[in-house]
Design a protein around this ligand. Structure first.
Ligand code: ADP
Ligand code: TYD
Length: 199
């Protein structure tokens, strides 16, 4: 089983993934969690290029770097884990590319992004995608104490477009489960557990 978590920075993905992982392990399941970009040695190196620089990166180069990191992670870690019967949870997957590089950066047409996403994910499609929906203002409050990476420096106008992208995906993708992420950590966790139980 493959699950992904999506939403803008600070929406609570890592918090919910940790709770879900603990719950699944307590129920006797084998669980692996990977974050994008990253999760493998090469993908972490690409992450450093993408996030820890102040240099300008062309929107198309950015799109292809996120995609390159993804292909390596899927081939090296995700496919073997799925084959061995692990539940794999992804902290971001190709929907981030649609929202950030497609809607946010307006890098290339959405149809092309969809093709690149299918190539970079080696055809893997999540069974469920949890979209933790939050406003830019709320996410700013939550991340105020953290250092901003290159993407987070992009500003409100960019993030409003990213949110528009996620809202579009929530309407068009059946696997999307939209959750109001301004709720308490516990009630979001309960909603996630109910959805998984219904699978
Ligand atoms: P993400 O992984 O999506 O960037 P995190 O899980 O790291 O988000 O959460 C960002 C910050 O917001 C953390 O300080 C976390 O404790 C806090 N947080 C997470 N979920 C909630 C929530 N439902 N309500 C209030 N604060 C939250
Ligand atoms: P990260 O710190 O892992 O995410 P978060 O702040 O949500 O915990 O940072 C990853 C950043 O990269 C985040 O700003 C989203 C962005 N991103 C893209 O723009 N496109 C992508 O395809 C992916 C996977 C991430």
């Amino acid at each position: 089983m493959l699950m992904s978590f999506e939403g803008i920075d600070g929406c609570g993905k890592s918090t919910q993934i940790e709770l879900l992982k603990e719950h699944l392990i307590r129920s006797g399941k084998k669980v692996e969690v990977f974050r994008e970009p990253g999760g493998s040695a090469i993908s972490e190196q690409i992450r450093t290029i993408l996030l820890n620089t102040d240099d300008d990166i062309h929107p198309v180069a950015e799109l292809l770097l996120f995609s390159a990191a993804r292909a390596q992670l899927i081939a090296e870690k995700v496919e073997p884990a799925l084959t061995e019967g692990y539940i794999v949870i992804l902290d971001r997957f190709y929907d981030s590319t649609t929202a950030y590089q497609g809607f946010g950066r307006d890098s290339i047409e959405l149809d092309y992004i969809a093709s690149i996403n299918a190539i970079a994910s080696l055809g893997k499609i999540p069974d469920l995608t949890f979209y933790l929906k939050i406003s830019w203002e709320e996410s700013k409050k939550r991340t105020a104490h953290m250092q901003e990476d290159r993407m987070e420096k992009a500003g409100q106008e960019f993030f409003e477009k990213v949110i528009e992208g996620y809202n579009y995906l929530a309407k068009t993708e059946e696997r999307f489960v939209e959750i109001d992420a301004s709720q308490s950590i516990n009630s979001i966790h309960e909603t996630i557990l109910m959805k998984i139980a219904a699978l």
